[in-house]
Design a protein around this ligand. Structure first.
Ligand code: NOJ
Length: 767
């Protein structure tokens, strides 16, 4: 960062230096009286973590403290405000020094124009931080995050993030509202499309990869973005899968299921976090001091800032947690929200709260300092403007190639009776039917950004035509994604009858997924299931290609279709990638990152469940199951087929017995297996390692993922794989609320295989 005392660069450089001052000692003349007021949420309570304890960069903080000392209370509160960039008053607020961040602008000229107002026309010239929802691509649209999780290859997320950061950075953006790392057991919740599935270990691996992909080693680089891990926390637990709904969660589940990806993202250096819309045990996440301060700052030492979600601070009133706007601002700020998105309670009421002693100057300074710290780390004090002549305006061919490779890598082969797939490119005729067969916009997925508008995805029809140019390819939609109109089905049936093979592309439009996209019925919407049945009734060979953003209930499709490929919302190269897999240029190797229920009535159904005292037994009525359904999901977590086959063998646990104390001191247990491609073609296996504690002070899931490796093997090729288990892997959290990792003596069964139903097992004894 530039020396903030150098006049030549920015107006911020005029600061008077008070040697030795620290952030905690900063006093604003206008608010000096409030500077000593104890935070009401802290006063009288048990000792709380010190919010202003030294950070990892005291030299930076000392420089920022000089700037902070020059700021009026209004200017400090202004830093806490994030507004829509295209709103009429954004420029006026920037000029008055009453704006800290902006969302919604996505072009270099517009961003520079507003930045110029902040830097050149405001009193202190503090640059704005421009953020945007760059979630699965900016110009180059990658598959949705849930699809990326199916790759079981975190490099996929790292590549998406790096490409997106380069593109978005060239447009002047410095901050993305991603990664979204809400673990969820709720397929009815539309936002499962944005996250990495039902498992905290898998989600943590993707959280780290995506954070690093956006930020690199230093997010001041023009081709990097500051990350924002969201939504903090437990949003994936919304009751009934209804978006924004209540979450009531035990401390142990909070810590074992929802918090791990956030801890991983913070450890990976995530610059910011976003608070979640839900309540957590009766306290909204935006006003939750336990999660925002005790855990995030106290336990994890997070020194970035927390932004509210869109109007999330004002919504504290609607929740019934705050009496009015001032109360909402007090609650959110004292709990640990630093920046307010869109609603304006902080700027409107902050001064009054200080005057009334309901907010301490110390906490306000802390919030401002955190925001300035991220701005400094984003390089904004050195380079507030972006070079408009270097704005990237179209996906680079190499990035489109990466999007194609990745989309195919995310696909999951769910069924392939009689090796119907891969198809031969020499096939004479192909009918493409279904409402998603020649549909571009929906392939882009829920958070498609600018790129989806400007560069619509390749459709499945186009991909098939390009891949099998000699084949006669016809298309008939048959029906729409939603609605009851079946009048197009006969034409689709006729097309199927006239073709050697039919590809039925069905699923969800993008708007049935994502934020506000909750569904009570997670089957194929509209009359698409009728279309599938009608095609099946022809007796001709067909493949179902699913284009969707959540686990679906597919029992009918599974019964009717000989082959099913899960393609998700695959992004800009979606149609080409589907064709790559259908015709075997790519052997599918993705695995499900979430269980696919048989019926929505089973939800929540997830692999990492507790055993209960009466686990399901089909021959015993009084066990944990439904009378009207077989036990378990239709397709389990970690499941996926290949055009080849694999054998996993020789499981060895070394040592098979180890003292807890040794693990705590850093020792590791090695788990080795051999994997062999036993089939006719090269392909990918995802070797997965699961643990099961036979007995623990807090009942542990029947299985929990603690290792995975995606490998590519030629026919007959065999390799050895070694996983390493540390204290972190065999430990878990209890209900104490202290964050202490419990590592208990006892027997742990280790399972390794190609899905969560792996049965190759050995035990490990902890003494
Ligand atoms: C609301 C969403 O919950 C959040 O994920 C998103 O980043 C913001 N809106 C900004 O668009």
């Amino acid at each position: 960062m530039a020396d903030l005392t150098r006049r030549s660069v920015l107006k911020t450089l005029g600061a008077t230096v008070v040697a030795g001052a620290t952030a905690g000692a900063v006093v604003d003349p206008a608010g000096a009286a409030a500077g000593a007021v104890a935070d009401p949420a802290v006063a009288g309570a048990a000792p709380r973590p010190d919010l202003t304890r030294p950070t990892s960069d005291p030299a930076l903080d000392a420089r920022l403290a000089r700037l902070l000392r020059r700021m009026t209370v209004d200017e400090k509160l202004g830093q806490l405000q994030q507004s829509l960039g295209n709103s009429a008053d954004a420029a006026a607020a920037a000029r008055a020094g009453l704006l800290g961040g902006v969302l919604g602008l996505d072009a270099a000229a517009a961003i520079n124009a507003l930045q110029r107002v902040a830097v050149e026309e405001s009193r202190l010239g503090i640059p704005l931080l421009f953020g945007f929802d760059v979630i699965h691509g900016f110009l180059t649209t990658f598959p949705i995050p849930l699809a990326q999780a199916a790759s079981f290859d975190p490099e996929v997320a790292a590549t998406d993030a790096a490409v997106a950061a380069r593109e978005a950075g060239s447009a002047g953006l410095r901050w993305t509202f991603a990664p979204m790392i809400d673990v969820s057991h709720e397929p009815r919740w539309g936002r499962v499309a944005e996250g990495y599935g039902e498992d905290p270990y898998l989600a943590s691996a993707f959280a780290v990869a995506k954070t690093r992909g956006y930020q690199g080693g230093d997010y001041s680089a023009p081709d990097r973005l500051a990350a924002c891990a969201k939504h903090y926390v437990a949003y994936g637990g919304v009751e009934g899968g209804r978006d924004y709904n209540t979450v009531d969660v035990s401390e142990q589940r909070l810590r074992n299921l929802y918090l791990p990806p956030f801890r991983a993202a913070v450890r990976a250096g995530a610059a910011t976090l976003m608070a979640a819309f839900n309540t957590i045990n009766g306290v909204p996440a935006h006003g939750n001091r336990h999660t925002l301060t005790d855990v995030l700052r106290g336990e994890w030492g997070f020194d970035g800032f927390v932004v509210s979600d869109y109007t999330g601070v004002a919504e504290l009133i609607t929740h019934g947690a705050a009496a009015d706007g001032a109360d909402a601002a007090r609650l959110a700020l004292t709990a640990g929200v630093d920046m307010e998105m869109v609603s304006t309670e902080f700027v409107t009421h902050g001064k009054r709260l200080l005057a009334e002693g309901r907010l301490s100057m110390r906490r306000l300074d802390d919030a401002v300092l955190r925001i300035l710290r991220v701005k400094a780390r984003a390089g904004l004090f050195d380079r507030p403007y972006v070079d408009e002549s270097r704005e990237i305006t179209a996906p680079a061919p190499a990035d489109r190639a990466a999007a194609r490779r990745i989309a195919a890598r995310c696909m999951v082969l769910l069924k392939n009776t009689g090796a119907l797939l891969p198809l031969s490119t020499g096939v004479g005729s192909i009918a493409v039917v279904g409402p998603l067969g020649d549909n571009a916009p929906d392939l882009a997925g829920t958070w498609a950004a600018k790129g989806a508008r400007l560069f619509p995805p390749v459709t499945i029809l186009e991909g098939i035509r390009a891949t099998a140019p000699a084949a006669r390819v016809t298309y008939a939609a048959g029906c729409a994604v939603t609605g009851t109109d079946e009048s197009g089905i006969p034409a689709a049936v006729a097309a199927a009858r006239a073709a050697d093979v039919t590809v039925v592309a069905v699923g969800e439009s993008a708007d049935l997924t994502g934020e506000g996209g909750s569904r009570s019925d997670i089957g194929l919407p509209g009359v698409q299931a009728t279309l599938v049945s009608a095609i099946a009734a022809t007796g001709r060979p067909f493949v179902v290609v699913l284009v969707n953003g959540r686990p679906l209930t597919l029992a009918g499709v599974d019964a009717a279709a000989p082959a099913i490929l899960e393609a998700w919302h695959p992004g800009v190269e979606g149609g080409n990638a589907v064709a790559d897999v259908l015709f075997g240029a790519v052997n599918p190797g993705g695995r499900l990152p979430a269980s696919f229920p048989r019926d929505v009535g089973q939800v929540p159904i997830y692999y990492n469940h507790e055993n209960t005292g009466r686990p399901a037994d089909p021959n015993n009525r009084d066990t944990s199951k439904y009378l009207d359904l077989p036990d378990g999901p239709l397709y389990p977590f970690g499941y996926g087929l290949s055009y080849t086959t694999f054998a996993i063998s020789d499981l060895a646990v070394r040592p098979a017995r180890i003292a807890v104390a040794r693990l705590r001191a850093g020792a590791q247990v090695e788990v080795g297996v051999r994997v062999r491609n036993t089939g006719p073609r090269a392909g990918d296996e995802v070797v997965q390692l699961y643990l099961r504690h036979r007995a623990a002070s807090v009942v542990q899931p029947v299985r929990r993922l603690r290792g995975f490796r995606r490998v590519t093997l030629d026919p007959g090729q065999q390799i050895a794989i070694t996983f390493r288990l540390a204290a972190d892997d065999v430990g878990f959290y209890g209900n104490s609320g202290t964050g202490e990792l419990l590592v208990e003596p006892g027997v742990i069964d280790i399972f390794v295989g190609g899905s969560s139903t792996a049965d190759l097992t050995q035990s490990l004894v902890l003494t």
